[in-house]
Design a binder for this molecule. Structure first.
Ligand SMILES: Nc1ncnc2c1ncn2[C@@H]1O[C@H](COP(=O)(O)OP(=O)(O)OP(=O)(O)O)[C@@H](O)[C@H]1O
Ligand SMILES: [Mg+2]
Length: 358
């Protein structure tokens, strides 16, 4: 039996439901009586992470723009049924890679398969049932969201009855009859999220789906991605913000300057990217000067001083020597704090050094 918390797309009320893997149940929101259907995910985790089937396979992808190599011999695979984060700083090559996967641009070399079909040899089969959210979403400015989504339903042969609930689900119900040309960037983004789900794609390729949105909408989009994945969809989405992908992705690939620098689960990345904890030592009278006894100490990676605080990055085995050396040098320690590094710091260090950061 699986227990799930679901959010009503209408009033956003959260309620708890129970069912068996794969079971489809009809739900009525206890607060506003909106009716809906929920399918419990098939047994996840083990089968998810051990599956050998890939929804997206990228091998040796290279894309050059004149002298610039935007994507450099990049290879990674997205497993069927997983949420895959595609992370990298601005200009890393994320959009170029996602466009190449969809053959929207011609790569210089490399092989790409979607659902096992080569995008060059079998492009129609490969691109069937893909949902793509581009980095810069654009719609006809003189249509309302209702007209816009009706239009996409017509294109995809979907029943238009899904449109109003979809608009509510992404929080645009108050703007349902406004022209899209009057929308803010975030509102257009939300409409893009609604549009991409029309036709129930099995694979979603989302380029910065949370870009430009405030925290409330980021949360809604995270929930939406989770829900799509729980219904069986495979999702790859790009981001340059690590915290956006934490707790959402099964695995992530990190690229920088077009090259893959890591591909793993968040927890494994956390383990091997770990930056050493930082000591913050309070020394009255330090006056922003790093004591020589610390600067030259073996095992100290980095040291800095500001006012009466000394910041030391070192192996944990060296910490006691740092303290003893300071005391021996006659400095009076008023307090010590150990600051654990965040994965975000590790990510920033990784992309700034271009190696494993350890
Ligand atoms: N059409 C183009 N012509 C020339 N250079 C390009 C073109 N498209 C992308 N580039 C360059 O390729 C590199 C990768 O760009 P890309 O848009 O893939 O990065 P990104 O990781 O998506 O960045 P961001 O997080 O800012 O969206 C950048 O240096 C960019 O300037
Ligand atoms: Mg981009």
């Amino acid at each position: 039996m699986i227990t799930k918390t679901v959010m009503c797309p209408h009033c956003k009320n959260e309620s708890t439901i129970q069912g068996n893997p794969g079971e489809k149940i009809h739900i009525t929101c206890p607060k506003c009586n909106t009716k809906g259907v929920f399918t419990f995910p098939e047994e996840k985790s083990e089968s998810k992470t051990t599956t050998d089937s890939f929804s997206i396979e990228v091998a040796g992808l290279t894309k050059k723009y004149q002298d610039l190599t935007a994507v450099d011999n990049l290879s990674f695979n997205v497993r069927t049924g997983e949420i895959f984060g595609f992370l990298g700083p601005n200009g890393a090559g994320k959009t170029t890679t996602l466009k190449a996967i969809l053959s929207l641009i011609h790569a210089n070399s490399g092989e790409i398969k979607i659902n096992g079909f080569d995008i060059k040899k079998d492009d129609i089969k490969a691109k069937k049932n893909i949902g793509f959210l581009p980095e810069r979403v654009a719609f006809f400015e003189n249509l309302t969201p209702l007209q816009t989504l009706n239009f996409f339903c017509e294109l995809k042969g979907e029943d238009k009855s899904i449109v109003k609930p979809l608009i509510k689900e992404v929080g645009l119900e108050d703007a349902i009859n406004r022209k899209v040309g009057t929308f803010s960037k975030g509102m257009v983004q939300l409409l893009g999220i609604a549009q991409v789900t029309i036709g129930n794609p099995s694979v979603y390729i989302l380029d910065e789906p949370m870009g430009g949105l405030d925290a409330r909408w980021v949360k809604i989009i995270r929930e939406k991605i989770k829900m799509l994945n729980e219904k069986g969809a495979t999702v790859i989405f790009s981001s340059h913000i690590l915290t956006e992908v934490e707790n959402l992705c099964d695995r992530v690939a990190i690229i920088d300057k077009g090259k893959l620098i890591a591909e793993d689960t968040i927890s494994n990345l956390n383990k091997y990217l770990r930056i050493k904890p930082r000591l913050e030592i309070s020394i009255p009278g330090l006056n922003g000067k790093v004591p020589d006894v610390i600067r030259d100490l073996e095992g100290v990676e980095d040291v800095d001083a500001k006012d009466d605080t000394l910041f030391v990055n070192c192996e944990s085995s060296v910490r006691s020597r740092v303290i003893t050396n300071l005391e021996k040098a006659g400095l009076k320690i008023a307090g010590i704090k150990t600051i654990e590094p965040s994965l975000e710091e590790a990510f920033v260090k990784l992309i700034s050094t271009g190696d494993g950061g350890t």
